[in-house]
Ligand binder design. Structure first.
Ligand SMILES: [Zn+2]
Length: 146
């Protein structure tokens, strides 16, 4: 190593890419060769790992979820429709289940009591879920994500 400072500067620039395993094999070999003989840069790499923390241990498993999260961050309308779809679907199912649970009864005066209001609410939420789902899929198809 003739110019340690310049090497360290280059390696420090490469460390985040090296850490994220997105640098070229050549850069990777260069970083590893330098790390073997430079305690200062090994320290910088260790600090990088500490900053990322627990997440780094699960980076492989979490990759699809992180991809989805970043996708939703970049596509606000998609996030909106996916959110609306989930909320409306859950609400629709909850309405149907509640309707079944309450059931229909006939009281002493022969008047039918049933939570009829849940039917249009459930249908409305179902329609919203359907519309949101179609809109979300349409956005994904248009952006060639799906
Ligand atoms: Zn160094």
């Amino acid at each position: 190593m003739t110019n340690m400072t310049a090497d360290c500067a280059v390696v420090t620039d490469l460390l985040p890419l090296y850490y994220d395993r997105v640098c070229s094999p050549q850069s990777r070999a260069l970083v590893e060769a330098h790390l073997a003989g430079c305690a200062s840069c090994r320290g910088a790499l260790a600090a990088l790992g500490q900053n990322v923390g627990v997440e780094s241990d699960h980076r492989e498993e979490a990759a699809p979820m992180r991809a989805l999260a970043s996708l939703l961050r970049r596509n606000r309308w998609l996030a909106f429709f996916v959110g609306a779809f989930v909320v409306a679907l859950v609400g629709s199912i909850a309405s149907a289940v509640t309707f079944r649970l309450i059931g229909a009864t006939v009281d002493a005066e022969g008047i039918l009591n049933e939570p009829f209001f849940l039917v249009p609410i459930g249908m409305l939420l179902g329609l919203i879920a359907l519309g949101s789902g179609i809109a979300a899929v349409a956005i994904m198809v248009r952006r060639r994500i799906a």
